[in-house]
Design a protein around this ligand. Sequence first.
Ligand code: FES
Length: 110
Amino acid sequence: MSDTVRFRVHRGLSRSEGEEGFQDFEVPLVRGMSVMDGLDYIYDHLDGSLAYYDHAACNQGICQRCLIQINGATGLMCQTLVTGDLTLEPLSTQPVERDLVTKWGRKSDG
Ligand code: FES
């Protein structure tokens, strides 16, 4: 098993304006780490400009604020354990604020 995993993370502002892409980060794999823990590592050690909902929310699978697309499926960052390389994207049903943050309460215009 590798000592690190690759987090491929959506970066950018807007799908419609083409100001988006992906950035890869190598994150040390720790047994029991969640996707949120990995993003915390990136924010603290690799790139403090990364935007995502962090532990200011519940971190217990209740509030649903950390819903994103994890390897193409909808999942909670705080409850999904990391077992291998990941691709992380914002919810496709919401307008993107920046990176993994979406504008809650508004449906996408298309
Ligand atoms: S932080 Fe509340 S469900 Fe993940």
